[in-house]
Write a protein that binds this ligand. Structure first.
Ligand code: IPE
Ligand code: IPE
Ligand code: MG
Length: 248
């Protein structure tokens, strides 16, 4: 890897190997707002500003899938004004980005239970999925009202119902059967998980898919996380020795 350049983003050839699937827990908006004496909503808004650059760079590098944690099942427990600000940001993000994402052949998938979302948000997210469903470029997964445990419960229920209806036998159930019933069905497992702001936990994100992911916990708060920071994380990933339990 050549030196990370703050001005020019790295190129695919600069890395020895790149992850096929990157997951990002975009954390630290609240602390960023506090540090700058701004409202939490303003922190979240700032947090969406660098998203475009990160998504574009992921696409330029030819990484196959990017999963972004936008709103967890536990985030409903935040103050109502903050929840509404986050819901509004979802609308704003899609209004400003969907045309370009579609033009760039990005395929959007929402991870999570959309049925609990307000009508407007649900419609916008479904429309983004529908409109980009035929695209063959970057798989952009946005987790909204997502919980890893809830996802596993959903998968177990679907599989149980197939067995009950005689369409699958217990013996036929494999790890792939489980993967196939997750929101990320058909996509590779996460290779690299980045959580900004120095917190070192999964917070219920992609529990099954992260089984063998490499974890990186940059200290920077999400609104301060730049494309150069992202390149540094990718460079660190390419230096990691992944053994998957074996000796080589
Ligand atoms: C992450 O930022 C964004 C969401 C949870 C939606 P936080 O709001 O969790 O930021 P901190 O952890 O309070 O700094
Ligand atoms: C995880 O961050 C959820 C998102 C980034 C959307 P949180 O800030 O909600 O997680 P905890 O509460 O620190 O575990
Ligand atoms: Mg947080």
């Amino acid at each position: 890897m050549r030196q990370i350049n703050e001005q020019a983003p790295a190129k695919k050839e600069d890395f020895e190997r790149l992850p096929r699937h990157v997951a990002v827990i975009m954390d630290g908006n609240g602390r960023w707002a506090k540090k700058h004496r701004l409202s939490v909503s303003r922190g979240h808004r700032q947090g969406t500003e660098n998203l475009r650059g990160i998504i574009r760079h992921t696409d330029d590098l030819g990484i196959g899938a990017l999963s972004l944690y936008a709103f967890s099942t536990e985030n409903w427990n935040r103050p109502p004004e903050e929840v509404s600000a986050l819901m509004q940001l979802i609308l704003d993000f899609f209004a400003s980005e969907i045309d370009e994402l579609h033009r760039k052949n990005v395929r959007i998938l929402i991870l999570g239970d959309k049925s609990r979302l307000p009508d407007r948000q649900r419609e916008v997210l479904e429309e983004a999925e529908r409109r980009t469903s035929g695209n063959t470029g970057l798989r952009l997964n946005i987790a909204v009202n997502y919980g890893g445990r809830a996802e596993l419960v959903k998968a177990v229920k679907e599989i149980a119902s197939l067995v009950k209806n005689g369409r699958l036998t217990e013996e036929e159930i494999t790890e792939k059967t489980v993967s196939d019933h997750l929101y990320t069905a058909g996509q590779p497992d996460v290779d690299l998980l980045i959580r900004t702001s120095g917190e070192m936990r999964l917070s219920n994100f992609l529990l099954y898919q992260n089984a063998y992911a490499e974890f990186l916990f940059p200290e920077k708060l999400w609104p301060d996380f730049t494309v150069a920071d992202y390149d540094r994380a990718l460079a660190a990933f390419s230096r990691r020795d992944r053994r998957f339990g074996s000796r080589t």
